[in-house]
Design a protein around this ligand. Sequence first.
Ligand code: 4AD
Ligand code: MG
Length: 467
Amino acid sequence: MKFSVQNLIKLGNVDSVYTIFGWVRSKRGNKQITFLAVNDGSCFENIQVVSELEKDLKNINTGSSVRVTGKLKESKGSGQKYELIADEIELIGSANPESYPIQPKAHTLEFLRENSHLRFRTTTFSSVFRIRHAISFAVHKFFNERNFYYLNTPLITTSDAEGAGEMFRVTNLKPGEKNYSNDFFGKETYLTVSGQLEAELGALGLGKVYTFGPTFRAENSNTSRHLAEFWMIEPEISFADLDDVIKLAVEMIKYIINYVLENYKSDLIFLNDRAIKEQLKLKKEARDEFNLLEKLNNIINQDFEIIEYSDAIEILKKSKHNKKGKFKFPVNDWGVDLQSEHEKYLVEKKFKKPVVIINYPKEIKAFYMRMNDDNKTVAAMDILMPGIGEVVGGSQREERLDHLIKRMNGMNISKDELWWYLDTRKFGTVPHGGFGLGLERLVQFITGMNNIRDVIPFARTPKNIEF
Ligand code: 4AD
Ligand code: MG
């Protein structure tokens, strides 16, 4: 019977004969007996294949793909429950040990990044990508259970929703030609930076929607938290205020973490040990005192700290850190944008838990956010997580037509271009809001991987477009 390794371990009967397919992770033994650790990606565990078929094994090395038929037995050795006593081993594809890059030894993450096409076969990356899948699946499950509809928003757009001007142009004009009325759509077009504006349209009819798709930003930030192409989940809810938006985001983060903890234990335990080893390599003062599993369990059982931007600024201003000049960007005045060092301080030093910052100055936030009664701040919220910083950005939206027009005028945003957006405020407008959660940042948080390039199969970053 043909079985995946996952099914074999879960459902296999001792003394029955099974056929499995997979890649050899390692080979050891002596003249009489050989042990192959075979993994097919279906789960964290390998199946140990025990073989006395010396001649069949000659060209089988680490990286080879094989078919094995044999009898399932309880394993005598430690480390695994079962083993497969091979009756037949077929080499499907060989991997020359002289040239196959992924050998059974510790490779650096940088090296594996350069070999992104093969890194799915490593323990670390197969765990990371199984968990990435689990997170995406939990997202759909979470929203479906709460009657949200999944809405697909366009990838090609004319609008810069976030107003940051960091867009990739989409064109089929010949080089040098500048007249966009001759371009494919007859207008200047870009890859989307957010599906939010269209998600709002959906929510103002379907009630509750979410998008889950790729997003593109031409920011020249070569950090361990930024990608030029990343995936974002953007729910939008009608008849809702900022509190509802925060509640939804916190509930969703906890739900996803819980789902991964319940269903991907082996992968998490491995990544936990890995994260601890990485931590031990750092200088003592640079170590976060954490254990991945403990950290994830804490998140589920903790309230997130909710604080006003103004209070966050006061805390930062008065902090020893600021007074001793330890911030690269000193905090002196109300109105400055928070840098990642400030977020880090609030989350890791001050509150030691996730922090939701609300009501930011209008000057540093997008045009669509709802103006507060003070006329200085908008109903925005960012969720900052330990070790990662901002994972969620959201807001209540400006549903009042006159306020929205005033704000667009003030920020030089074309009302003609966004006539459709304004229409939703002219006809049957309602209080509503939503947020964007960066998938990769959440994958980083849950897997404990330090670099965002290691949690997306093929990373797109400045000057890097291999694969
Ligand atoms: O805070 P942002 O820019 O918010 C929006 O795009 C809103 N339209 C969301 C909404 O209200 N519907 O981005 C949302 C999240 C960030 O918190 C971060 O997690 C992630 O997207 N993100 C990035 N992730 C990876 N690489 C980048 N360059 C990212 N930029 C933002
Ligand atoms: Mg943001």
